[in-house]
Design a protein. Sequence first.
Length: 114
Amino acid sequence: MFKKLVVGTLATGIVLTGGIGSASASTEGVENTKQVAPIAQKIKLETNYSSTNNQYGFTYTWDSNRQVYKTYDFYRHDGVFASYFESEGIKWYFKGKVRDLPGGGALGHYEGKK
């Protein structure tokens, strides 16, 4: 019963408005419908500075958007990583294991801040 009432109300609404497509606005006489303004997006330029840590021998980059140093190639022969360490004035925090290497060992992901 309720379904018939809803369908009837919908059908009446469509008939009274003149159909589904007739409610759209007319574009006749409008000259600027084909002019499109470009959407400008403010993008912060990201400069990745790469460096090598002399104490541990891994490379790292500077992520200017997040204001952190990042490395994905911190090698450990046993695959066990420290949750935190300091080197060259940067405090490094373990974020996860990147991958296990054949023959043992693994690469870890760290992020650091001065």
